[in-house]
Design a binder for this molecule. Sequence first.
Ligand code: FAD
Length: 371
Amino acid sequence: MKSFDVVVLGGGIIGCAIAEELARRQQRVAVVERGAIGGEASSAAAGILSAQMDLPRPDVMFDLCQAARRLYPAWVKHLERRSGIDVGLAIEGILYLALTSQDERRMASRMRWQRAKAVPVERWSEAEVRRREPSVDGRLRCGFFFPAEAQVDNVRLMEALQRTCQRDGVTLLEETSVQRLRIQRRALQGVETDRGLLRAPVAINCLGSWASLVEPPPIKLPVVPARGQMLAFQGPRGLFRRAVMSEQAYVVQRRDGRLIVGSTVEFVGFRKHLTLEGIRAILGGLRRMTSALDRCAFVDAWAGLRPCSTDTRPIIGQTAIGGLYLAAGHFRHGILLAPITAVLLSDVILHGRSPLDLSPFSPGRSTLKST
Ligand SMILES: Cc1cc2nc3c(=O)[nH]c(=O)nc-3n(C[C@H](O)[C@H](O)[C@H](O)COP(=O)(O)OP(=O)(O)OC[C@H]3O[C@@H](n4cnc5c(N)ncnc54)[C@H](O)[C@@H]3O)c2cc1C
């Protein structure tokens, strides 16, 4: 039997970011991962760091994403320095293509309130879009450019995070399944795994789409999987200068020329397979934006499960069980929100408070419904 200060359940980006932050703050931390570190949603993602483009209103989620974006460059620098791995952070903006008048109206309204908050957004005419992003050759009304948005290579980011955790002394237990929590008199005693008991006064459920399956559930956790299918092509480098998206599809190009094309959002339970319907929808959306990939080599396809809560906001904070915390339900923003989640939750665990009000994200909030 081993003992730790904190046991983190789940070795995705959320669990590993929190483990790394706590280890940096002198905690003895173990991460329990039933497969390989980062092997689920965190590697399946596109790595788009969108803190404004896809946020429909000026609410607490917008504020959280903005705070995450401010943290990102320093977090990446730290991981790159500790791990020696370049994670391909590129702050080159996102170009949204308005293909219909409805898209245009929606984005124009978003641009108004975001500019009022001094967050930069530019409106580009059709000609300007074609001049600045020549591979866009579909019919469109106009473009909206979000220059402060970024992308990162999330697979390399997970490798860097894993290596940094190891260097910081985090115990990474791969191929180890959480079976149940050991709780006595409403306080956590430890975590039972298929390789034995890990004693700890604190555990954090970071099990992504599987967060509600751990026994006994602290609350009926309203997190469900939302499948996303993805395709990858090999293109000539520099085909796209920035992430390009529309309502139906997006494409991001990595430095080595790989083009990541996504994605679907499907509520089909834990079925993590590709479908012809999904692939057709992605390719149809892509083709409305560009024909530049028509002759590129198709190199890969995969699907992942985004953890989605019933109000689509992440669930971050303490449960009614002493020592048991939650960090799950990051849905479409988990890569962006990893470092801010790690900092805020570590503050709550170690100091009982965080600099940003986490009540809109608390496990007990009223907007969460039982599934
Ligand atoms: C197709 C797709 C595209 C996306 N694109 C973006 C994007 O561009 N930008 C962005 O910010 N976000 C994106 N996301 C969302 C982002 O990937 C997720 O929000 C984020 O990865 C969630 O991280 P997590 O650590 O909570 O979950 P996960 O990465 O799923 O990690 C949970 C871990 O728990 C482990 N686990 C489960 N049960 C057990 C058990 N019993 N015992 C031990 N371990 C267990 C799993 O094996 C898994 O590794 C995308 C997601 C998908 C699927």
